[in-house]
Write a protein that binds this ligand. Structure first.
Ligand SMILES: [Zn+2]
Length: 271
């Protein structure tokens, strides 16, 4: 059996419900769980490495606030809570640039706890999965993460960023070329890059996804909702590819789609 975790990044208080619903309704209707990496209180000034505003800021708040939190009574929070197949993972706290590439344990702890508390206040279960903005995690942040989360999902692992006590285990994992591993109670999952991206050719995208899924036992498939609605216009061709993936995942006999919570509960083989 192959396992797939579908991860969509950057849902935040300014994300239009209609966008998520258009993308993921076919998954939910087929009973496939969708893991959303949710920003608890997004900064409206978020920028990428090149200084450009982040693509997920497709809307700005009317009142010009610098940060907007996902409120329990908002249309988005109500929509997400009403569909239990959406699983909310914590995506940083404000999504500032490389927010968890931190050198202060107090600051890392404070940001993690604030983000977690905000998601709980918004009516979601205590998050057990953490995804760092820009996939950058310092050694100090890893230590704080391992105390709080069962699953850390990131792009790749770098020895120099890991706590020293994790090094022997990681050396072994690396020598065996395993994509995912575990230290103590924490599962550490890598992903094969964003296969579902508007920056890649749409033709052959499904085949590429299938190939990667069959190469390993557990694949984290990463995508970003806002890439399907650049400039607030739906990219129908890209959306069609995502829905082909939904069809494939629902029908493939040897593939099971699970949630990060399932991984944290030890329900998937991880090689
Ligand atoms: Zn992000």
């Amino acid at each position: 059996m192959r396992y797939v975790v579908l991860r969509d990044d950057d849902t935040n208080a300014l994300t239009p419900v209609e966008y998520l619903d258009r993308l993921y309704r076919p998954f939910l209707e087929r009973k496939l769980p969708v893991n959303l990496a949710v920003i608890p209180e997004v900064t409206t000034k978020a920028t990428m490495a090149n200084g450009q505003p982040e693509g997920f800021l497709l809307a700005q708040p009317k009142h010009g606030a610098e940060r907007v939190r996902l409120e329990a009574g908002s249309k988005l929070a109500r929509y997400l809570r009403s569909r239990p197949l959406y699983e909310v993972a914590q995506h940083g706290c404000h999504h500032e640039y490389c927010e968890f590439d931190l050198q202060s344990s107090q600051e890392a702890a404070a940001r993690l706890d604030k983000g977690r508390e905000l998601l709980i206040q918004a009516g979601f279960p205590t998050p057990t999965t953490f995804i760092a903005p820009h996939d950058k995690i310092s050694r100090i942040s890893y230590q704080q993460l391992a105390r709080r989360y069962k699953v850390i999902s990131t792009g790749w692992f770098e020895l120099r960023r890991l706590p020293l006590s994790w090094w022997p285990k990681y050396a072994l994992v690396k020598s065996q070329k395993r994509p995912h591993w575990r230290t103590g109670k924490t599962f550490l999952l890598s992903h094969p890059g964003c296969l579902l991206s508007c920056h890649r050719p749409y033709e052959g995208m499904l085949e590429r996804v299938q190939e990667v899924i069959h190469r390993q036992q557990l694949t984290v498939l990463v995508t970003h909702w806002w890439e399907y609605f650049r400039g607030n216009k739906p990219d129908d061709n890209f959306i069609a590819v995502l829905h082909e993936v939904a069809d494939y995942l629902a029908n493939a006999k040897d593939v099971r789609v699970i949630s990060f919570r399932d991984v944290g509960d030890g329900k998937a083989a991880m090689n």
